[in-house]
Write a protein that binds this ligand. Structure first.
Ligand code: NAI
Ligand code: COI
Ligand code: MG
Length: 352
């Protein structure tokens, strides 16, 4: 197995650099023990660069990033930049250009984690969110902007090719999990064109996975069950927008957005996959060392798993679990959390 990797690091804006520093700290500890090398290249992309040069993601930088084995991203977006410029021009451009069609977002309630649910049950599911289509493709426009006659559209794009490949991936993930259950979440009672494409695709692909139980929920009802019976979910497959919304809710019921990790995966490995916390740049707490870096650290774990180092990824998960159990609600800085998890990983390493 390869032991030397090139890693592109896009720390980004707001709390992005703060949490990424901690994720890299933990990654270094794990890598050192396992004899893995991550040759890092840091990319100065985000608000600072946009203000200085007007650039979001120059083609030459995209091509450089494409040459790496994996990408670690912090978060993108800043109040000083018009909304959408960095989110679309940097983050979504990376996801689309690198064909990250599986946006993987696991949700697990670790023991001892406070949840707003009175009776949460055993929450352990994964959302497979389509990452390259849906309403996020920029298929829209506006006329008579700023007038009372303004008309704006944002048309969701759903292709048979795009839906089938992500549905197939979700079935394969469901088949590999003990419960083997897949829930399609959409709104096919109203969004009949896209919704029926998704439903028909799930029905067709299901024939190849007879051991996977298939379920369907409208997205509004799915939010009810996420709040009342989240243990019913195993693998959720859904479109880009619904998946974005549902995974913030999933984070909220499993200890908060500071714990939610994600991977933007290119399963065909035609370009590097990108790992990042589910959260954004959190300008309200940026620069105050208040951000929880756990989501970024767990995202580094997903990165290791993607590269084939499941044992090292598991070490990170276990260190996080132990750290969470010991937290007992005391406030700690971003650095303190990162150092505590890194020490636990190092401890696990020396014992092993
Ligand atoms: N993947 C990305 O780069 C994403 C970028 N964004 C961008 O981030 C900016 C802020 O967006 P928001 O909607 O406010 O979402 P957000 O996720 O940045 O923040 C929502 C709330 O969660 C808190 N929060 C987020 N991460 C946290 C952490 N690690 N520890 C503790 N608290 C945390 C924030 O303080 C805030 O109160 C916007 O520019 C948005 O477009 C939003 C989501 C994802
Ligand atoms: C800018 C958004 C597309 C990012 C986001 O909210 C997400 O991927 O969860
Ligand atoms: Mg989101």
């Amino acid at each position: 197995m390869t032991s030397s990797y090139s890693l592109a690091v896009v720390a980004g804006d707001g709390i992005g650099p703060e949490v990424t520093d901690q994720a890299l700290k933990v990654l270094d500890v794990v890598a050192q023990d396992a004899g893995l090398t991550f040759e890092r290249t840091a990319y100065d992309l985000g608000a600072r660069r946009w203000h200085a040069t007007g650039e979001t993601l120059p083609d030459s930088v995209l091509e450089e990033i494409r040459g790496h084995d994996a990408i670690l991203l912090g978060a993108v977006g800043d109040p000083s930049v018009p909304s959408g410029v960095l989110e679309r021009g940097l983050l979504l451009r990376l996801r689309f250009e690198l064909d990250h069609y599986v946006n993987l977002r696991p949700s697990k309630l670790f023991p001892g984690v406070p949840t707003p649910l009175a009776d949460p049950g055993d929450i352990d599911f994964v959302v497979v969110r389509e990452g390259t289509e849906g309403p996020y493709v920029g298929n829209g426009g506006a006329i008579r902007v700023g007038t009372p006659q303004e008309v704006a559209t944002e048309v969701s794009l759903n292709t048979a090719f795009g839906v089938e490949r992500v549905v197939r991936d979700a079935f394969a993930r469901a088949q590999a999990r003990p419960r083997r259950k897949l829930t399609l979440v959409h709104k096919n009672n109203v969004l009949v064109h896209a919704g029926h494409l998704w439903s028909r695709t799930v029905d067709a692909v299901a024939a190849e996975f007879p051991d996977v139980t298939v379920d369907y929920l409208h997205v509004d009802a799915a939010t009810i069950f996420l709040a009342t019976d989240p243990a019913r979910f195993d693998v959720i497959v859904t479109d880009n927008l619904f998946g974005d919304i549902l995974t913030d809710l999933a984070a909220a019921i499993t200890g908060g957005i500071g714990l939610a990790a994600s991977g933007n995966v290119n399963p065909d490995r035609t370009s590097p996959s990108m790992f990042e916390p589910v959260h954004g740049s959190a300008p309200d707490i940026a620069g105050q060392s208040k951000a929880d870096p756990t989501a970024a650290i767990l995202s580094a774990g997903l990165l290791l798993e993607h590269l084939g180092h499941a044992e090292q990824a598991q070490r990170i998960t276990e260190a996080v679990e132990a750290d969470i159990a010991a937290r007992a609600g005391q406030p700690r800085s971003t650095q303190e959390v990162g150092e505590a998890i890194a020490s636990r990983v190092a401890g696990a390493v020396s014992v092993a």
